[in-house]
Design a protein around this ligand. Structure first.
Ligand SMILES: Nc1ncnc2c1ncn2[C@@H]1O[C@H](COP(=O)(O)OP(=O)(O)O)[C@@H](O)[C@H]1O
Ligand SMILES: [Mg+2]
Length: 456
């Protein structure tokens, strides 16, 4: 019985066959002897951001020249008439393990080349998991979970490590989402108290009237609704370790006085009690508020400010460490792909866009955005998937007169470069080539910047 017969018997139509191929998570790609693409399955969209229709009938060299993947594999297969497997990187940043197999006719000539390409990412994940369980320490970066390529931030972290060893009270300043809380944790893990507790009280999240009992605890029967046997406060629980006073700018004034006393005298009296308790704690405080202005306005105690401010650490906002944006995006993309069991990629245009955004909510905002994008977007996260807030606030719409920041200057330079290229090249395709960006992004930039220059 021939295969064709079997197929007919099993009612396997051409339509079903095509469906089977399209549901394959590996890419299947077929060239004829002239290197023209005669078949490709749906996986090409997730690997290159191209629809089947954009690919079929094209010469493979055209796509290679446009940078859709690198390095090329077919010339060598045609010449050697032998299968080849190698690693390729695509325009969307996917890493593929590609195998090309030549199929020869009776005269030993190449008839077609059948290629399959599988994302290496899943292999990588497996490896990392293996390492995770065996030799975790080895793969960890020197700053724990804090990632940075920025010189200023590297200095901040080096300084923090030194300060950690000194065991003194510390004040961490910086905008919301810049990593103050994880830095506090890092400091604790790098000091002699690391085996002791690390406890946090977030002064912005706890109602003022509860904060005192949370911190100091109370003795049995000290107030009507209190637990009969009393309650241990965080100060006592943190004995031998670190107490992190997060958002200390939101601490009520009367409590500020009490905390200052604890810092200075290393002892306190629980609410309703009369016996002093000694504690050995290190205090790290953090805030996104301008404490010195608050001191001037008398909403923060001057004496506490100076006591905390002996050693201060200033976090760098994300917009001032642009080199960190893309690595952080990949880091969170990887993290949320794992958590949500997805395998999303991100387009180059989108990366470019995000790396020029101003990130008012800093790393927290970036992290939250990536989680959302992994959940809601199709296989490849693109600019169109960005929520309106971010898309609208994009620097591309920033006022173009009198640039105030480096950021705006960069935007101006970008605009000028695009307009110049468009005046000469007059098509998004050639502009894309000239500026080494994708055609979609070029078209977008042209719409944005070149409306007044006629297109034909
Ligand atoms: N350098 C960094 N690398 C990786 N993740 C970071 C980094 N800085 C901050 N994060 C993450 O960003 C989020 C916000 O950080 P957090 O320390 O809570 O900021 P803050 O306390 O300044 O508001 C957290 O989920 C944190 O893990
Ligand atoms: Mg915080």
């Amino acid at each position: 019985m021939t295969l064709t017969n079997v197929l007919t018997d099993l009612d396997l139509t051409m339509e079903t066959l095509i469906k089977i191929l399209d549901y394959s998570s590996d890419e299947i790609f077929v060239l004829n002897k002239n290197k023209k693409i005669i078949y490709v399955n749906d996986a090409c969209t997730k690997h290159y951001g191209l629809n089947k229709e954009d690919v079929l009938g094209k010469m493979s060299s055209e796509l290679v020249n446009d940078g859709y993947w690198y390095p090329s594999i077919f010339p060598e297969v045609l010449e050697g008439k032998k299968p080849i497997t190698l690693k390729q990187t695509t325009i969307l940043g996917a890493e593929l393990l590609t195998s090309a197999v030549p199929i020869l006719n009776d005269n030993n000539e190449v008839e077609i080349i059948v290629t399959t390409a599988r994302e290496l990412q899943s292999y990588k994940m497996l490896k990392i998991r293996e390492k995770d369980s065996n030799q975790r320490k080895e793969t960890e970066n020197p700053f724990g979970s804090i990632m940075t390529n920025n010189e200023k931030m590297k200095n901040v972290l080096k300084f923090a490590k030194k300060a950690a060893a000194a065991n003194s009270t510390l004040l961490i300043l910086g905008e919301s989402g810049t990593g103050k809380s994880i830095l506090a944790q890092y400091i604790h893990e790098n000091c002699s108290r690391k085996d002791g507790p690390f406890l946090t009280i977030n002064c912005a999240a706890i109602p003022a009237e509860l904060m005192e009992s949370e911190l100091f605890g109370y003795t049995a029967g000290s107030f009507t609704n209190a637990n009969r046997s009393g309650k241990k406060g965080i100060l006592e629980s943190a004995d031998g370790g670190t107490l992190f006073l997060d958002e200390i700018g939101d601490m009520p004034l009367p409590l500020q006085a009490k905390i200052l006393q604890v810092i200075q005298e290393k002892k306190f009296i629980p609410i309703g009690g009369n016996k002093e308790k000694k504690v050995d704690i290190r205090i790290i405080a953090a805030t996104n508020k301008e404490l010195n202005t608050m001191v001037k306005n008398k909403t923060f105690r001057e004496d506490l400010y100076y006591r905390l401010n002996v050693v201060d650490i200033k976090m760098v906002p994300l917009r001032e460490r642009q080199e960190d944006i893309i690595p952080l995006i990949y880091n969170f993309l990887y993290k949320f792909n794992q958590i949500h069991e997805m395998n999303k990629l991100i387009s180059k245009d989108c990366l470019e866009w995000l790396s020029h955004y101003s990130w008012p909510g800093n790393i927290r905002q970036l992290e939250n955005l990536l989680e959302r994008l992994v959940i809601v977007s199709d296989d490849v996260i693109g600019i169109d998937d960005l929520p309106e807030g971010i898309y609208n606030q994009s620097p591309l719409q920033v006022e173009t007169t009198a640039p105030a920041s480096l950021h705006q200057s960069i935007e101006l330079a970008k605009k000028e470069r695009v307009r110049k290229s468009y005046k000469v090249n007059k098509s998004s395709r050639r502009v894309a080539k000239d500026l080494q960006i994708s055609q979609t992004y070029a078209a977008k930039l042209i719409r944005e910047y070149c409306q007044d220059l006629s297109e034909d």
